[in-house]
Design a protein around this ligand. Structure first.
Ligand code: F6P
Length: 341
């Protein structure tokens, strides 16, 4: 049995831990051979491979990024892309694929499965927005990075009596903002699921200054005001049709300064949230996902994704994971709102 492995979409801490677990269990327990595909779906599309054996995965558990490389290549958008992938897999003697990725990568996996490719999915994204799994690995690391940054912003904000805004990633889901904001005692958390009222935000800022503390506002990159449009830096779209988000923090700072007369400054955490070593939680989750993904291949459970439900690793249909995004429920936001202002 020869199994291909690829990592697609935005990278995140824990990808290497999954690869290591898949390869270690696959070789030690099942006696499989592996082929690494380079740069997400570009690998099988162009037949670009790299050796993947126990030696190749030694020492990679704590390493951020992905030894296989990643890309946002969408083979479905390329003329004859699916057939090229099928031909390359056959030519390389690859019997099954493990695709590690988010909504886009697993969406492609699902379509390939519908067209006869044997594929198992592993959910990854710092955004934590994949359905049918309570958590994706990478999220906990991103939240901890953001929390530490916000803790640091608190002390400098207070020294200078400034409102400091921290813009975090998460695309159209507010999970990173919600968790990082709650963990670090932000005064306001703004998420895409709940368009914000700028008057109310300024009210929180004023009341925080009145108590002699400096306000910290955590804003998700996809957050937007009630009456406004989604704030985007550019209209540039990727191969999956996603607009590149970013810029809401700066816009918010300008608006707060104008309305309150207080100095407001923005820190955009950006890709720092995706880099570096995974937390213990993410290393364990990624390792468990890897172990269960190769078990799924062994059982012939194709078209499935491994997911975390409670403390158990389960198998769900790729369609259940990719049909709709998992966004922040109203009740979760209400819990955080208790601490606003
Ligand atoms: O999906 C992960 C993510 O980091 C999002 O939070 C963010 O909007 C996007 O990827 C950024 O993508 P890129 O690195 O391609 O600009």
């Amino acid at each position: 049995m020869r199994v291909g492995v690829l990592t697609g979409g935005g990278d995140c801490p824990g990808l290497n831990a999954v690869i290591r677990a898949v390869v270690r269990k696959g070789i030690q327990v099942y006696g499989y051979e592996f082929v690494g595909f380079r740069d997400g779906w570009r690998g099988p599309l162009e037949g670009d491979t790299t050796p993947l054996d126990v030696q190749a995965v030694r020492g990679i558990l704590p390493r951020g990024g992905t030894i296989l490389g990643s890309s946002r290549t969408n083979p479905i958008k390329i003329e004859g892309g699916v057939e090229r992938i099928k031909d390359n897999l056959a030519g390389l003697g690859v019997d099954a694929l493990i695709a590690i990725g988010g909504e886009d990568t697993l969406g492609v996996a699902r379509q390939l499965h519908d067209r006869g490719v044997k594929v198992v999915g592993v959910p990854k994204t710092i955004d934590n927005d994949l359905n049918a799994t309570d958590y994706t690995f990478g999220f906990d690391t991103a939240v901890n990075i953001a929390m530490e940054a916000i803790d640091r912003l608190h002390t400098t904000a207070e020294s200078h009596h400034r409102a400091l805004i921290c813009e975090v990633m998460g695309r159209h889901a507010g999970w990173i903002a919600l968790h990082a904001g709650m963990a670090s005692g932000a005064n306001v958390i703004l998420i895409p699921e709940k368009p914000f009222d700028i008057e109310k935000v300024c009210g929180y800022v004023e009341s925080r200054f009145q108590t002699k503390y400096a306000p910290i506002i955590v804003v998700a990159e996809g957050a937007h005001p009630v009456d406004g449009q989604m704030d985007v830096q550019t209209q540039e779209l990727d191969a999956f049709g996603h607009v590149r988000l970013g810029g809401i923090g700066e816009r918010l700072a300008a608006e707060i300064e104008k309305r309150t007369g207080k100095e407001a400054r923005t820190t955009v955490l950006g890709h720092i949230q995706r880099g570096g070593t995974p937390t213990a939680f993410d290393r364990v989750l990624a390792t468990r996902f890897g172990v269960h993904a190769i078990d799924a291949v062994h059982d012939g459970a194709y078209g499935k994704m491994v997911g975390l439900q409670g403390t158990e690793i389960v198998r769900v249909d790729l369609s259940a994971a990719t049909d709709q995004l998992k966004t922040v429920p109203v009740q979760r936001y209400e819990e955080a709102e208790v601490f606003f202002g």
